[in-house]
Design a protein around this ligand. Structure first.
Ligand SMILES: [Zn+2]
Length: 218
């Protein structure tokens, strides 16, 4: 798990905001722009989907990304591949070291199946995605929610192919940074989950920064 630091200075960011847990977020990134997601308090799950802005049906594909890089986990150097085989973004810096893309997003259904019947009505990522897409207003909805990335989430796959939701490996201030390889739509649910040990049952805010261009090489 190579850890790669960024040279970008938050002072020069064109966008800088804190997203509280339980909230969704959409943002359009132009080709060449860089997005940094900062895990402010550690082990927060940031459920994220990416779409080709010109054609949202061409969207992030976990299957194609895993196959093309020959690795189940995402980290610096990972190219996020779309369902049509296009490079959407590249992870250019990562101080956490591993991000999940097979665990999926929490939903009313998974709350019920994983935890208990009475957890069905608790806040979940799928509902946050749908609300954010409705507010975004391009007619996107349920059919646009496919496999996602869980930044900062540790979901090791066991030798016999099982999934384990393990203790997090992130820590306060760790971040991941992605460069857009084409114009993309970013859809985030900062996970509100209160039943999963991944985030120590404590959803926390993240910081989202965007830079316009890469700095000159120093
Ligand atoms: Zn969630």
């Amino acid at each position: 798990m190579p850890l790669i630091q960024s040279k970008l200075d938050p002072v020069t960011a064109i966008h800088d905001e804190v997203l509280e847990p339980g909230l969704g977020w959409t943002h359009e990134l132009a080709r060449g722009q860089t997005l940094r997601i900062v895990d402010l308090e550690g082990n927060q799950a940031v459920d994220t989907l990416f779409y080709d802005l010109a054609d949202p049906a061409n969207r992030y594909s976990a299957v194609d990304t895993i196959r093309s890089q020959g690795n189940l986990y995402l980290t610096a150097g990972s190219v996020l591949v779309s369902s049509e085989g296009d490079a959407l973004l590249t992870i250019v810096a990562d101080t956490c070291g591993r991000h999940d893309t097979v665990g999926g997003a929490c939903s009313a259904e998974s709350n019920q199946m994983r935890y208990a019947l009475d957890k069905r009505y608790m806040h979940n990522c799928r509902d946050s995605f749908l609300l954010a897409l409705a507010r975004y207003g391009r007619g996107m909805g349920k059919r646009d929610l496919t496999h996602n990335i869980n930044f900062f989430m540790n979901v090791p796959v066991t030798p016999d192919g099982g999934l384990t939701f393990a203790d997090g490996i992130s820590a306060p201030g760790r971040y991941v940074e992605l460069r857009a390889e084409r114009d993309v739509l970013v859809l985030i649910s900062n996970c509100p989950q209160l039943n999963n040990p991944c985030n120590a049952y404590d959803p926390t805010p993240v910081r989202l920064l965007v830079w316009d261009t890469l700095p000159a090489a120093s």
